[in-house]
Design a binder for this molecule. Structure first.
Ligand code: NZQ
Ligand code: ZN
Length: 390
């Protein structure tokens, strides 16, 4: 392990079927006005909203409601939430929903007391809030497993007007103060979203795993998490009401992206960068966007990262690679990944998500290109990946 790092993660987690019982105690740590952010109605239909509101009332809080946080939240909705928080002098933001509501809540929390243009500062210039800037505390009651937003400082916002979806990872001040993870709450997630979440988790791990050549403890942790996810995903797809499987998926999601696995690593994230742009154009679930471009991307990354891809075959998929070259092993690993994706029922092309040829220049333009794990892409290569993924 050759990298240098600081590890700090202040989010307190409550996990399990009884976890909502702890909300009342957490609320004592904050002032009287709570901004309750939630999505397009699932929490009302499945009764989680009523449970949370009852606890807020019992705690004597003034509830300011902000419903309608859409999947892949928009800049326009962000502006609305900031105004509500300013007008009501909010003390705590409570996110009730999936990654979109959690991300959105953090974005509001960072921006309410930001002087100047928060969009330009945080998302276009990728700066952090000034030292000393007031930041509102965020708590999450998570209803969907996938993003890891419950224990990280990431926020992804879509500028719908310019068809541009962009993320910003804030510093630790924006990590949720607490998150409540009840796997039972995820049981009503529609099957397509459950599958999208499963692939999002897998891909978060792969984005961190497929980088560097040194022997790194993080890679062993990643392999264990991927193996567990594969087992749990197969059970959950067969029986979405399998609590044990859903519980393992939820816990794996948190560890897949709570800043642990990337320690001391270069990391990759290009599948996410391309996937975000596909999402801005197609509005498909985040995990589906990642799945649809993965095979074309990893075939390219495999060449410079051959040894790691061969290890992926052995240690994640359990393939006996004795007598095989690294290239044969690596190819077998990617084939195993593809078979699992098909078995789960994930889309392998962007056309399945509604992308058309005429969108490719725009998707390419909207792809933020980072120095990646094993290869640094050019815009022309992004276009080629998209063409192969049609
Ligand atoms: O709108 P509601 O009613 O809440 O319905 C949601 C939404 O339609 C529904 N849902 C959630 N929990 C449910 C439920 N339906 C029934 N029962 C439940 N218990 O599921 C749909 C999808 O929810 P959403 O929150 O959008 O999904 P997800 O958790 O995948 O979040 C996606 C967003 O997170 C960002 C993505 O880009 C995307 O904008 N990401 C955030 C990351 C982070 N913070 O680190 C990293 C990820 O890579 C990702 O980019
Ligand atoms: Zn993701």
């Amino acid at each position: 392990m050759n990298g240098n790092f600081v590890y700090y993660n202040p989010t307190k987690l409550y996990f399990g079927e009884d976890s909502l019982n702890y909300l009342i105690d957490e609320l004592k740590n904050y002032g009287p006005v709570v901004l309750l952010n939630y999505g397009s109605g699932s929490v009302k239909r499945n009764g989680i909203y009523d449970q949370v509101v009852a606890i807020l009332q019992q705690a004597g809080k003034t509830i300011v409601e902000n419903p309608g946080v859409m999947s892949n939240p928009t800049l326009e909705k962000l502006r609305e939430g900031i105004q509500i928080a300013r007008d009501n002098k909010v003390d705590l933001i409570l996110a009730l929903g999936g990654g979109s509501v959690c991300d959105y809540s953090k974005a509001v929390a960072a921006s309410v007391y930001c002087e100047g243009d928060y969009w330009d500062k945080f998302y276009l210039k990728q700066q952090q809030p000034d030292a000393g800037q007031k930041i509102l505390p965020v708590g999450c009651v998570l209803t969907m497993a996938g993003t890891g937003s419950e224990m990280n400082a990431g926020t992804v916002i879509t500028d719908a007007e310019n068809t541009f979806k962009v993320g910003h990872v804030f510093d630790a001040r924006l990590m949720p103060k607490f998150s409540i993870l009840n796997p039972r709450f995820t049981m009503t997630v529609p099957e397509n979203q459950m599958k999208a979440g499963i692939y999002d988790i897998m891909n978060h791990i792969m984005e961190q795993y497929f980088s560097d050549f040194d022997d790194n403890t993080s890679d062993y942790l990643s392999e264990g998490l991927m193996r567990g996810l594969i087992v749990a995903s197969r059970k959950a797809v067969k029986d979405p009401q399998d609590y044990e499987a859903r519980s393992n998926i939820m816990w794996t999601a948190t560890w897949a992206l709570n800043t642990l696995l990337g320690l001391g690593k270069r990391e990759d994230w290009m599948v996410h960068m391309i996937g975000h742009s596909v999402g801005a154009w197609t509005h498909a679930p985040h995990g589906y966007c990642l799945a649809s471009v993965s095979m074309a991307y990893y075939k390219r990354a495999m060449q410079p990262g051959m040894a790691k891809f061969a290890r992926f075959a052995r240690n994640v998929w359990g393939i006996n690679t004795e007598g095989m070259t690294d290239e044969q092993s690596a190819t077998a690993g990617l084939e195993a990944l593809k078979s699992w994706m098909l078995e789960i029922g994930l889309p392998l092309t962007i056309s399945e998500l509604g992308a058309t040829q005429d969108m490719i220049p725009g998707i390419t333009k909207g792809t933020v290109i980072y120095p990646a794990g094993y290869l640094d892409l050019t815009p022309e290569e992004v276009t080629a990946i998209l063409q192969e993924s049609m």
